[in-house]
Design a protein around this ligand. Structure first.
Ligand code: COA
Length: 261
């Protein structure tokens, strides 16, 4: 069993599912290799306005990398570099995905699974979700890129607590430290995520795209920030048909209809 990625379009929302249920949705190399084509399709489809990523079933979002593949594919530094080449391509697609992305989290969200969830723009979880980074249980270290996202969300002290101890945080603590944005009862989670994604789908896509790109850029060190790219996003919004539609709709006291142009 190597697991697979599933894709579904429901109205204006694209759903991408990590499916390896026998291993608590552990992320295999084969799954990483399928991420890019799904996200490229969601990005290119103008009818898709937001994306939800989730784990199959109720026991886990993603329980981290598939450890059973480590001996064959990640047993030393050279093998680890080859392994990283595949996972980096999938991860780069997640990071570069331009539309709003929500991670819907049930059950375990561990290690690389938390790394994936942290790339999403928002994390909505059920009360039974649990979060942790077991690197210190395995003798690994997480990449600077992953750790920057963690530190940006929870600050250095909570990040070190999670990394040094490898302990698990329940949904209440994860909410308190800023790792996740919302918590819902398990039977309400999917409906709440659908409702929120539908709300996002009504808003102006270029405005959301600009906000995502600029906020992500501002989380980088100042010396690495691309000021021209950020200005271009702002200018594109002011020149857009949607901005004219937004003003017209306000004056006419009706709901705007945005097209992402
Ligand atoms: N990679 C490969 N297999 C995994 C896995 C992973 N990351 N996480 C779970 N599995 C497998 C288990 O080996 C087990 O397989 P088996 O039925 O053949 O024995 C099956 O999934 C169920 O796991 P189990 O531990 O029995 O379930 P649980 O509900 O008691 O605990 C976890 C679930 C996720 C807490 C536990 O499996 C775990 O700690 N996994 C490792 C998490 C980790 O270290 N991730 C970081 C990897 S870099």
């Amino acid at each position: 069993m190597t697991g697979t990625m599933l894709a579904e379009k429901r109205g204006a929302v694209g759903w991408m599912t990590f499916s390896n249920p026998d291993k608590r949705n552990a992320m295999s190399l084969e799954m990483w290799a399928q991420v890019t084509s799904i996200l490229d399709d969601f990005a290119a489809d103008d009818a898709i306005r937001a994306v939800v990523i989730r784990g199959a079933g109720e026991k886990a979002f993603v329980s981290g990398a598939d450890i059973s593949q480590f001996d064959a594919n990640r047993g030393n530094a050279e093998a680890a570099a080859n392994y990283a080449a595949t996972t980096d391509t999938g991860r780069a697609s997640l990071i570069a995905f331009p539309k709003p992305m929500i991670a819907m989290i049930r059950g375990y969200c561990l290690g690389g699974g938390l790394g994936i969830a942290m790339v999403a723009d928002l994390r909505f979880a059920s009360e039974d979700a649990s979060f942790g980074i077991p690197a210190a249980n395995l003798g690994q270290s997480y990449s600077a890129d992953n750790l920057r996202r963690l530190v940006t969300l929870v600050g250095p002290a909570v990040a070190k607590d999670m990394l040094f101890s490898a302990r698990r945080l329940d949904a209440g603590e994860a909410l308190r430290v800023g790792l996740i944005s919302r918590v819902f009862a398990p039977d309400a989670l999917e409906q709440e995520v659908e409702r929120y994604a539908a709300l996002l789908a009504e808003k102006a896509p270029l405005s959301q795209r600009a906000s995502k790109a600029i906020v992500n850029e501002l989380c980088k060190p100042e010396s690495e920030q691309d000021a021209a790219m950020m200005r271009a996003h702002v200018a594109r919004c002011f020149d857009s048909e949607d901005y004219a539609e937004g003003r017209r709709a306000f004056a006419e006291k009706r709901k705007p209809v945005f097209r992402g142009r």
